[in-house]
Design a protein around this ligand. Structure first.
Ligand code: GLN
Length: 288
C-alpha cells in the first residue's frame, strides 16, 4: 500500500484511509477511518477534526497503514484495535471470541430487571465468550455472584482478563466446559445465554467480517439455528432455584419457536423482549 509523501498530517491521513476503506467495500468507511486514526495516533477522535494539521509520529503512521490494510481485508474493526464497547464498558476482544453486539444489551437490561429485589442473586452465563453479558451484570449488580461456562480455553482467558480489568474478578467464577455441565450441583436465580444461533448454511451468506473472522463455534446453531436452545432449555430447570429465571437471546424470527420450547418444559411467565429494531430478541421464562 502506498501513500503520497504529502499525506502526513491528520486531515490527509483521514482522507486517505476513507478512500482505502471505501474501495474495499467497508460499510462505514468514515467512522472506521476516524476510529483507526484516533487509535493509531492515540488522540480523541474530536482532535482529528479540531487539529487536522497535526503531524503524527512515523510509528503512528506505520500503525495506521497496517490497520487500514487489515480492515481492507474486512477484518472487523474491534479485532484490529482489540476492544469493543458494550453496555457502556470496554471489553478486550480477539478472534477467539464473538464481538459483543448492541442487541445483546437487551439481554443484560432484561436480566437486571428480572433480578430487581432479589438479594445476593446468583447468576450463570452459558457460553461466556468475551464476558460481555456476565461482566456487565457483575459490574451493575453489586451483590451478585456469577458463574460462567465456556468450552473455548482461549475465550476464557479473554473473559478472565476482562473481569480483572473491570474489577469484578472476585465475584465471577469461570468454568471451562460444555454448556451447563460445569455447573452440576449448583442452582441459580437466573441463567442467561446468548448461544450460537445462526443456521449452519446461512453463515456463509453473511458479511466477510463475520464469515472470515468470527469463531464459527460461537455462530453455528446447527441446521435450523435452534440446536443450543434444545439443550439449554430442557436442562435449565435442574440448575434453577424455585422461581428462578431463564433468559436467552434469539436470532430474528426464532422467538416463537423458542417460546414453545420454554412452554414444553413447563416454564411460567414466558415472554419476549424486543430490541431497538423491533425484533423479538430475548425469551424469558420462570421456573415455578
Ligand atoms: N456471551 C457472549 C456474548 O454474548 C458470547 C456469545 C457467543 O459466543 N455466542 O457476546
Amino acid at each position: 500500500m502506498r501513500i503520497s509523501q504529502s499525506a502526513s498530517c491528520l486531515g490527509e491521513l483521514l482522507e486517505w484511509a476513507v478512500t482505502e476503506l471505501k474501495a474495499a467495500g467497508v460499510d462505514t468507511p468514515h467512522l472506521d477511518a476516524r476510529i483507526l486514526l484516533a487509535e493509531a495516533v492515540n488522540l480523541p477522535t474530536t482532535d482529528i477534526y479540531a487539529h487536522p494539521e497535526i503531524i503524527p509520529s512515523s510509528e503512528a503512521i506505520q500503525q495506521l497503514y497496517e490497520w487500514v490494510r487489515r480492515r481492507r481485508h474486512r477484518e472487523p474493526l474491534p479485532y484490529i484495535i482489540g476492544k469493543k464497547e458494550f453496555y457502556g464498558l470496554s471489553f478486550e476482544v480477539s478472534s477467539s471470541v464473538l464481538i459483543p453486539r448492541p442487541e445483546t444489551e437487551v439481554l443484560v437490561e432484561t436480566s437486571i430487571r428480572l433480578l430487581k429485589g432479589v438479594p445476593n442473586p446468583t447468576i450463570a452465563d452459558i457460553g461466556v465468550g468475551s464476558g460481555a453479558i456476565a461482566l456487565s451484570l457483575a459490574y451493575h449488580l453489586k451483590d451478585a455472584t456469577i458463574y460462567c461456562t465456556e468450552k473455548s480455553a482461549d475465550a476464557l482467558k479473554i473473559a478472565r482478563r476482562n473481569a480483572a480489568r473491570l474489577n469484578v474478578g472476585h465475584k465471577v467464577h469461570f468454568l471451562e466446559g460444555d454448556l451447563l455441565k460445569p455447573l452440576t450441583g449448583k442452582t441459580f436465580d437466573l441463567i442467561v445465554s446468548n448461544p450460537p444461533y445462526i443456521p449452519t448454511t446461512e453463515i456463509d451468506t453473511l458479511q466477510p467480517e463475520i464469515t472470515k473472522y468470527e469463531p464459527r463455534q460461537a455462530l453455528d446453531g446447527g441446521p435450523d439455528g435452534l440446536l443450543y436452545y434444545r439443550i439449554i432449555v430442557p436442562q435449565s430447570p435442574n440448575y434453577l432455584k424455585n422461581g428462578g429465571w431463564l433468559a436467552v437471546e434469539v436470532g430474528a424470527g426464532q422467538a416463537t419457536e423458542v417460546v414453545s420450547l420454554f412452554q414444553i418444559e413447563g416454564f411460567k411467565d414466558t415472554h419476549t423482549v424486543a430490541d431497538l429494531a423491533g425484533i423479538e430478541r430475548v425469551v424469558v421464562g420462570r421456573l415455578k
